[in-house]
Write a protein that binds this ligand. Structure first.
Ligand code: SAH
Length: 345
């Protein structure tokens, strides 16, 4: 499975043959990805045939589309049974791919479906990069109506905590930037707040974006929603995020999932505004998407607008995020629902 080899190390995949074969294959894998090995037109037939059923490190178990064909979710299945989910969201001038870094997640945030099902395993760098290559191939060869023909933004907001799988995620990002030619600025790592991981990322040479999933602005509430807050409390998280901002010069995002009566109070808005102002961060508000093991409900749309207004009046930049893919369980925090109970069609 060629994506499981380092891109610099494709010799053994190609076998005997002229040395330029390796470069040709690398181009097909990373520069102009294709869905099927048979589309690798300048490779000899035998090589294409030998790659045919092992091009991707996973099979496509479910492919679903929503929002008039502009949202697509893939449930990939690795040979060992691990589920890997990716969601592509198309817009007139953007195609944002949401990718997974782990199968499952160990951090157990109460309101997130992935966390509710526990941790399966880390994804390999090649399994992370192959999600990007697959979406590139899809956009190039199949396409979405009115959407660019390539991925323009990559967000680590699928399953898993990227900074809890640091070395593999780092290598995946390196391959995206150095081999696929994707700009670091179009990649965003979203973290629940693994402070040592944020520090390590700030020492990497690439200006990738950082999103912090905050959800609560005091330690008591945050620990009840995001258990890892006990280990990395808000003050430490804020210090690490500030250091990242200073080193990279990139505006931080704060993600805030709106839960009715939980974190949508004026008191929280007030405290969140202080943190966001200190960090000069942009706040994204997301209505909670329902998950099976949590009774929390989303704040009403009206209330979300009020909360956004309260932040704005305190000088904070804020966006209320639209929800894509809710009816195919592809929205934030819902990935993994399908894989645990395959759809009956
Ligand atoms: N572990 C990383 C990346 C995965 S979560 C992180 O926590 O940032 C990606 C985003 O989805 C996060 O902002 C997360 O808080 C949000 N999210 C999780 N569950 C959600 C739900 N049920 N409804 C809406 N957003 C949710």
């Amino acid at each position: 499975m060629p994506y499981l080899h380092a891109p610099e190390d494709l010799g053994e995949v190609v076998g005997d043959g002229p040395s330029y074969r390796v470069d040709q294959l690398r181009d097909w894998l990373y520069r102009t990805p294709v869905l099927h090995a048979d589309d690798m037109t300048n490779l000899p037939k035998e090589l294409r045939a030998s790659l045919a059923d092992r091009l991707w490190p996973f099979s496509v178990e479910i492919e679903q589309s929503a929002d008039a064909g502009t949202t697509r979710k893939w449930l990939f299945r690795a040979p060992d049974g691990a589920a890997i989910e990716a969601v592509l969201m198309g817009y007139p001038r953007r195609a944002t791919l949401c990718i997974s870094s782990q199968a499952g997640c160990a951090l157990a945030c109460t309101f997130c479906a992935t966390g509710q099902f526990g941790f399966e395993r880390h994804l390999e760098p090649g399994e992370v990069v192959a999600q990007v290559a697959y979406a590139q191939a899809f956009l190039r060869q199949v396409g979405m109506p009115g959407v660019p023909d390539h991925v323009t933004n990559i967000v680590f907001m699928g399953m898993g905590e990227p900074l809890a799988n640091y070395n593999r995620v780092r290598e995946a990002i390196r391959r995206m930037i150095e081999v696929m030619g994707i700009s670091a600025r179009s990649i965003t790592v979203s973290t629940v707040g693994i402070v040592p991981g944020i520090k390590r990322l700030s020492d990497e040479p690439w200006p990738v974006g950082l999103a912090v999933s905050l959800h609560a602005a005091d330690d008591e509430l945050r620990t009840s929603l995001v258990p890892i807050n006990k280990r990395y409390p808000i003050a430490d998280l804020e210090a690490a995020a500030w250091e990242y901002f200073e080193k990279k010069g990139r505006r931080l995002s704060i993600e805030w999932t709106m839960m009715d009566g939980v974190n949508d109070t004026l008191d929280q808005a007030d405290k969140l505004a202080s943190i966001a102002r200190r960090l000069r961060a942009h706040v994204n508000l997301i209505a909670l998407n329902p998950t099976p093991l949590s009774d929390e409900r989303a704040s009403s749309q009206l209330h979300i607008e009020e909360f956004a207004g309260a932040l704005k009046s305190r000088g904070v930049n804020v966006t209320v995020r639209g929800t894509r893919g809710r009816d195919i369980d592809a929205a934030c925090g819902q990935l993994r629902l399908m894989s645990s109970s395959p759809p009956s069609e």
